[in-house]
Write a protein that binds this ligand. Structure first.
Ligand SMILES: [Zn+2]
Length: 312
């Protein structure tokens, strides 16, 4: 590995939502982001995306941290909790409002669903009802950011080029929700920039939200990180993954001290890696040492696949 003084230090992160136990999909994201950061001798930060407070389950965050530590996935610095950072999201939203880039929206969910054009992918395109001011009799429910008729595209480290026409495929999107919480897109953009994160490695379920985040980065004058979206984990036969069945947390009753190495080997194979047979039965630390040296991003597949769990 060659490094020059001109190299920028990689700052990666893992940002789980403590709304359910750590599952195999989160484990894959944690391992992938950890390995790409550590392989580059970079930092690996940890953030709890606990913005959606009503869905947060008490004790889950602590269980996740214990699980990561048991697997040897140790992070740098202090853990950031989104639930404590509303002031920063408010400042960013106020900045966008002051510059005419965000506006109040008084539409209800059903009003939008009725008026919206056919949804693209998983996004309902907002019809623009409140773009030029709240209609008479409407009160502010949410804040939306104004998009332009332009394509936002990026080169993903696994998925290749991905782009969206913002006006036609996305529409003006919510940055502050009707239930009073800031939207995920605004929060991650503010937090990643504040922490200096320049490499975002996460599951492909977030691929279609990335153009919205890049758009916000541009509006807020922040650099775009490199993006790597890892293939989705499915259940057997590509069925939908059941979170309960696929929990890997300590609370799920797994003996992770004994099984951690085998679980990491399964995650590496899911990511297209080819660990040597003599690592079978090795502890987690030994598997991580091998993987940090040998992990190959080029070997990671794009397609969703089931996760072959180790026998225990
Ligand atoms: Zn509206």
């Amino acid at each position: 590995m060659t490094h020059t003084h001109a190299d920028k230090q990689i700052v990666g992160r893992f940002a789980p939502s403590p709304t359910g136990p750590l599952h195999v999909g989160s484990l894959v994201a944690a391992l992938g982001s950890y390995l790409l950061a550590r392989q580059a001798r970079g930092l690996w930060l940890l953030r709890m995306d606990d913005l959606d407070l009503p869905r947060v389950i008490p004790g889950i965050a602590e269980d996740m941290l214990a699980t990561l530590e048991t697997l040897g996935l140790t992070w740098d610095g202090e853990i950031v909790y989104q639930s404590r950072r509303a002031d920063f999201y408010r400042a960013a939203a106020d900045d966008l409002i002051a510059r005419g880039l965000a506006y109040p929206c008084g539409c209800s969910r059903s009003e939008i669903a009725q008026l919206a054009s056919a949804p693209h992918r998983d996004i309902t395109v907002y019809p623009g009802t409140c773009r030029n001011g709240l209609p008479p009799g409407k009160r502010e429910r949410a804040l939306r950011v104004r998009v332009k008729d332009e394509e936002i595209a990026f080169e993903d480290g696994v998925m290749g080029r991905y782009g969206q026409r913002m006006a036609g495929e996305c529409g003006d999107f919510v940055i502050h929700r009707a239930d009073g919480f800031f939207a995920y897109h605004l929060a991650v953009v503010v937090d990643d920039a504040a922490a200096g994160v320049n490499q975002v490695v996460r599951g492909a379920d977030l691929l279609s939200s990335t153009p919205r985040q890049i758009y916000l980065q541009r509006l807020l004058g922040q650099p775009a990180p490199a993006y790597v979206h890892l293939p989705l984990v499915t259940g057997p036969g590509r069925s939908k993954l059941s979170k309960r069945d696929n929990a890997v947390s300590l609370a799920a009753g797994r003996d992770l001290v004994r099984d951690g190495g085998a679980l990491l080997l399964s995650a590496l194979k899911f990511l297209g890696q080819n660990p040597p047979p003599d690592l079978t039965g090795a502890p987690a630390a030994e598997v991580l040492t091998w993987a940090t040296v040998n992990f190959s991003l080029a070997a990671v597949p794009r397609d969703p696949a089931p996760f072959e769990r180790p026998l225990s």
